[in-house]
Design a binder for this molecule. Sequence first.
Ligand SMILES: Nc1nc2c(ncn2[C@@H]2O[C@H](COP(=O)(O)OP(=O)(O)OP(=O)(O)O)[C@@H](O)[C@H]2O)c(=O)[nH]1
Ligand SMILES: [Mg+2]
Length: 422
Amino acid sequence: MAATDVDTYPSEEMRNLTLGGHVGFDSLPDQLVSKSVAQGFCFNILCVGETGIGKSTLMNTLFNTTFENEEASHYLNGVHLRPRTYDLKESNVDLRLTIVDTVGFGDQVNKEESYKPIVDYIDTQFESFLQEELKIKRSLFNYHDTRIHVCLYFIAPTGHSLKSLDLVTMKKLDSKVNIIPIIAKADTISKSELHKFKIKIMSELVSNGVQIYQFPTDDEAVAEINSSMNALLPFAVVGSSEEVKIGNKMVRARQYPWGAVQVENESHCDFVKLREMLIRVNMEDLREQTHTRHYELYRRCKLEEMGFKDTDPDSEPFSLQETYEAKRREFLGELQHKEEEMRQMFVNKVKETEAELKEKEKELHARFEQMKRMHQEEKRNVEEKRRDLEEEMNSFNRRKNAAETLQGQSLQGSSAQSIKKN
Ligand SMILES: Nc1nc2c(ncn2[C@@H]2O[C@H](COP(=O)(O)OP(=O)(O)OP(=O)(O)O)[C@@H](O)[C@H]2O)c(=O)[nH]1
Ligand SMILES: [Mg+2]
């Protein structure tokens, strides 16, 4: 075949050439940038944290705006997820931002199932993307990607340790999403306690095998800042919707009788570090990791479940048609097996019912015979009684007749005597 006759050049034969003048492909990165800018970006944040822990306030503080905010009730039966999408613009860059809130998280008495709606939500977004990819006429270009790029996990500032709900939830999520743990309302914990709390949290995460997102250190430009920030996790943050006058500037802060906690003051909290890492340095890496690690894992498991598999380079090429046929045969076999099982079950059930009915019929027959015997017995008794009564009646009549004759005779005798006397 012609295709096998074509010789491929070994990589050693590749040569570097110098160009005689400007050709223009050095504009490729710019082309990519302008194309991306024209297309716009999307970023999806999942906020997992107890009701009232400060999720909405932090989102408002992070994006320096006021998103829709509905306070959650503490009395919900279960956890549900509430996604809200906003179109934001900064300079000429459009960002479609989706914030997903976990409503009712941590409020139930039994918290065993609290992680499930979150896992389901993440999987559903992966599934939608996979379905779009598998379509014949797919439109990934203008598809609204709802896959979660980052999960901000809000830890309560207890100063003790992580709650089992936190550990279970993070463990269930860590293979599906980039988790950045943060200590919420960090103004409520003292500096020395916070330091110990951070160490405790990290050691608990490690001992429980929870994989949190690590800021990438393979790109030289950001390796230094990212590796120093990795050591400062989990960030202790403060959110605020108030502005306070500090010096002659209005800044976001929380005002207390003893002073103000400034959100953007790095000696007060790690808010600036979080914003830097999440939005300004690693947003693209979070998007990329979601696609190349988490989605890839979901896709692989899903396709393997559907019967697809890769073959090694030496064996026959992978054929979709064959996989489909094999899966179809397997499915039909299973269906037949199930049908046979159901038929057998039906036959057994009919037999059982038949036997039960026969048993009942026998019982009824026996009862009928018994009643018949009882009836005959009673009839005999009644007959005997009737005969006795008849006999009694006859003897009574005989005695009555005799008495009457006797009476008649004695009457006749007495009248004859009186005639004689007279
Ligand atoms: N001390 C302190 N209070 C905060 C902080 N952030 C938010 N709060 C307060 O906590 C309360 C709840 O804040 P929200 O942002 O509504 O909390 P939430 O997690 O969005 O609440 P739900 O959406 O109802 O679950 C508000 O009174 C906020 O002012 C913080 O960093 N420190
Ligand atoms: Mg809220």
